[in-house]
Ligand binder design. Sequence first.
Ligand code: TRP
Length: 331
Amino acid sequence: MDTVLSGIRPTGNLHLGNYFGALRNFITMQNENNCYFFIADYHSLTTHPNPKDLARNVRQVLIEYLAAGLDPEKSTIYVQSDVPEVVELYLFLNMNAYLGELERATSFKDKVRQQPQNVNAGLLTYPTLMAADILIHRATKVPVGKDQAQHLEMTRTFANRFNRMYEVDYFPEPQAYNFGKELVKIPGLNGSGKMGKSEGEGNAIYLADEPEAIRKKVMRAVTDSGPTVPNQEKPDAIKNLFQLMSIVSDPETVKFFDEQYNSCQIRYGDMKKQLAEDMIKFVQPYSEKIKEIAADEEYLKKVMLMGKEKAQASASKTIKEVREIIGFCNN
Ligand code: TRP
């Protein structure tokens, strides 16, 4: 059985892009693997969030992952800062991480460009913290998108370097967990690109959205003046609407509007109304569950404690062994 680990940035509310991009696959993954899912709150300090926002976002992501079906009985779901053993491993790994390789990381170079006024050491050593997250549980599989592939490669480098340095075969080489075909791209509502928080107000549909909010956003989605020639190719904004519809509506409905489009009779208003109602049907069970869990402080506390205990059991075992390997005599 693989030990799978995934880190989740505490970004607050989750949208359908998050759901279809990763979340839905996590739900199935947890049945076949020993899974660790954690909220990477240490990592988020690189951008200096204010304490209230940080606390709120961590809590919200936890609630929404639970509402979507992550199961604290099957998996270990925890908050990174509940397991400070990670920080000790981070320190050890930093002793063998070199300035050159850290500076060459694409994510670091991007940040230097985006925020030249805040190039802190935490940003530079982001990959060693991420490696510590993975190696602390000696995980073998890590589900990552393209943007994190280089970090995973660096984790393998750090793991191998540690093994070589101390002449042990201690850390396994973590591999990418590939969802392959199961990944569904979710477009946003503003006509371009993918659904995302940073793509502007109204572009994303959130799992916590109320029906009225969904109606408003869908009705405002970008369209055009309509087809003038039968069977003409759909521009991106229209393709996006059809793609969204194919995810939440039944195939008959999609087919109906597709035929309307192809015969130049489509009324986008009608299509959007239908899309909004089907979107609401899809989101509602999640938004209700989110409210239910958010109101149950007792349950949330219990889940956090359970995750912390399970994660610490695994992490403290690794740290004890690593200390021994390194040669600390006070174990
Ligand atoms: N860096 C990841 C991201 O930006 C989050 C993350 C932190 C992570 N630690 C991890 C992902 C360990 C996988 C494994 O999305």
